[in-house]
Design a protein around this ligand. Structure first.
Ligand code: NAD
Length: 286
């Protein structure tokens, strides 16, 4: 496994396993499969409603807690200083652990400054080993970096060959924030799994399109958390450390950037803010 070192010295496995949209009834099995394949980093969220199954799988795996890096995220309805402390306590209970390796603010809306104050306090206490954000466009990220006591260690954003986030990554580098890709395959949209340029590159190395996408992201210094419910694909997605894309192939991958994500409307538009306000209104503290 390859690791990145966050600015607080914590080592984070650069390849993890994402559990978004994995139904409760199969999530424990999927996480157990992933841990058996060799993944040691699981990415969940309060909004995925499967923290409990992730926690049970880690327990049942027999692995020491310290050997599995767990990320979760707090959703908008749980922002605000007091509410966030309660919500993190609920995540700890569901994950069946007394600390979380990385906790993220899921979206840059509402009272996320209040949530961040609670994160800072929980970080000081060692309950959250690292703290970060997700879906923060560069302006929101820089704002939080400028006006917080402890600045975020990670920003998890949509990143894949069709939305490469080159500018956003530069801003993260300036502030020492680790970039993490959600949807490293673009959830298969935009014909990514059959893209002829990526397939052609893959042929040269005897690797699949999925493996080339992950390898390209790893070589850009990005943390990746691909999701699959099939153990064969989990293995395929894990088998990306025995080859290296040439500079020429990295440059070919760079030509695929459209600079537009599939997350629509984008978070930094009034419509995007409204969409998430509606989602948050439907949820209670949980
Ligand atoms: P992804 O890009 O990882 O794509 C997953 C899909 O790709 C799978 O459902 C499967 O259909 C397909 N797939 C996986 N491996 C394959 C293979 N080897 N060959 C062919 N097809 C394959 O999409 P994702 O699940 O949305 O993103 C990954 C993780 O990122 C999530 O599980 C979640 O943990 C995180 N995430 C975070 C946010 C956020 O707002 N922070 C949003 C979305 C996802």
């Amino acid at each position: 496994m390859q690791y990145v070192t966050l600015k607080n010295g914590i080592k984070m496995p650069q390849l993890g396993f994402g559990v978004y949209q994995i139904e409760k009834d199969i999530c424990e099995r999927c996480v157990l499969d992933a841990l058996q394949v060799g993944y040691r980093h699981i990415d969940t969220a309060q909004a995925y409603e499967n923290e409990e199954e992730v926690g049970s799988a880690v327990k049942k795996s027999g692995l020491a807690r310290k050997d599995v890096f767990i990320t979760s995220k707090i959703f908008i309805q749980n922002y605000g200083y007091e509410q966030t402390k309660k919500a993190v306590a609920l995540s700890l209970e569901r994950l069946q652990t007394d600390y979380i390796d990385l906790m993220l603010i899921h979206q840059p809306f509402g009272d996320y400054y209040g949530a961040w104050k609670a994160f800072e306090e929980l970080y000081d206490k060692g309950i959250l080993k690292s703290i970060g954000v997700s879906n923060f466009y560069p302006d929101r990220l820089v704002d939080l970096c400028c006006y917080s006591r402890i600045s975020p260690m990670v920003n998890q954003i949509e990143t894949h060959p069709l939305h490469q986030q080159v500018e956003a990554q530069k801003w993260m580098e300036k502030y020492g924030v680790q970039i993490e890709a959600w949807a490293p395959f673009g959830q298969g949209r935009g014909g990514l799994f059959t893209n002829p340029i990526i397939a052609e590159i893959g042929k040269k190395y005897g690797k699949t399109v999925a493996q080339v996408m992950l390898r390209w992201e790893l070589q850009r210094g990005i943390v990746v958390i691909p999701k699959s419910t099939h153990i064969e694909r989990m293995k395929e997605n894990f088998d990306v450390f025995d080859f290296e894309l040439s500079a020429e192939d990295m440059a070919k991958m760079a030509t695929l950037d459209t600079k537009v994500g599939f997350s629509q409307p984008p978070h930094n538009t009034p419509e995007g803010v409204e969409k998430f306000a509606q989602l948050a209104a439907k949820r209670k503290l949980k």
